[in-house]
Design a binder for this molecule. Structure first.
Ligand SMILES: [Zn+2]
Length: 236
């Protein structure tokens, strides 16, 4: 029987098999699918599912980095992916987003995961943002809206799905600049999966060369014993 750590490693490698070398939106889909998210979930619910998957694979402590917008220095910080996911749970009594435009009260539609999937074909980020706005407005033409109205719509959508944008208040250790660093959950999780999968493959490669073991044999070794053999083989 596989240990919990070995099972997690198998899950990470299976995800890597599905998503490595694919376009970003296909990778995001593979991760959301593995996280149990469905196309009708809000972006916040999708993020909560990704964070729960992240906690299952790597534990709650999450080391992240963001570039300081003032001095471009690298800022490392640690988040708790389990606590973060809890804070994003959809509210049962959430009211639909509404906004007044030209004296008329309009009900907006919250964007969901399938909206994002449809944006993958947009030629650039501006076109994608406009297309998303049009989806949230329904029949109302988005081209007729001024910037102030667009900003108000964006703020209202954020208020109704606060988990859609995950930001951290950071202070730069180099220049003391304070800012809100937005972290895109799917690419951040993918970077972690990719690094872990590559580490596993390097270990399999090293031990297969040294001892002639198969991939399955190396992956089945208990963590401590694998580490010991890697040390004996002069790899770590
Ligand atoms: Zn800085």
């Amino acid at each position: 029987m596989l240990s919990a750590a070995a099972r997690r490693e198998q899950d990470i490698l299976a995800l890597w098999d599905q998503a490595a070398g694919r376009a970003r939106h296909q990778r995001d889909d593979a991760l959301l699918n593995a996280a149990g998210a469905v196309p009708t979930d809000t972006i916040g619910a999708g993020n909560a599912a990704l964070l729960a998957l992240r906690t299952k694979l790597f534990g709650a402590s999450w080391r992240l980095r963001a570039a300081c917008p003032a001095c471009h220095g690298d800022c490392e910080f640690t988040a708790d992916s389990a606590a973060l996911a809890d804070g994003l749970a959809p509210q049962a009594d959430a009211v639909p987003p509404r906004i007044a435009i030209g004296g008329q009260e309009l009900t907006l539609r919250l964007p969901v995961l399938s909206d994002l999937a449809n944006l993958a074909a947009a030629p650039d980020s501006l076109a994608a943002a406009q297309s998303l706005l049009a989806r949230c407005l329904g029949d109302m033409p988005s081209t007729a809206l001024d910037q102030d109205t667009r900003d108000r719509i964006e703020a209202e959508l954020e208020r109704c799905d606060p988990g859609a944008v995950i930001a951290f208040a950071l202070d730069c250790p180099d220049c003391s600049h304070s800012w809100q660093a937005v972290i895109d959950i799917a690419p951040a999780l993918w970077a972690e999966i990719q690094a872990a999968a590559e580490r596993s493959l390097l270990e399999v490669d090293a031990l297969a060369r040294e001892y002639g073991w198969s991939e399955a044999e190396v992956l089945a070794l208990p963590q401590a014993r694998r580490a010991a053999y890697l040390q004996l083989a002069g790899v770590s």
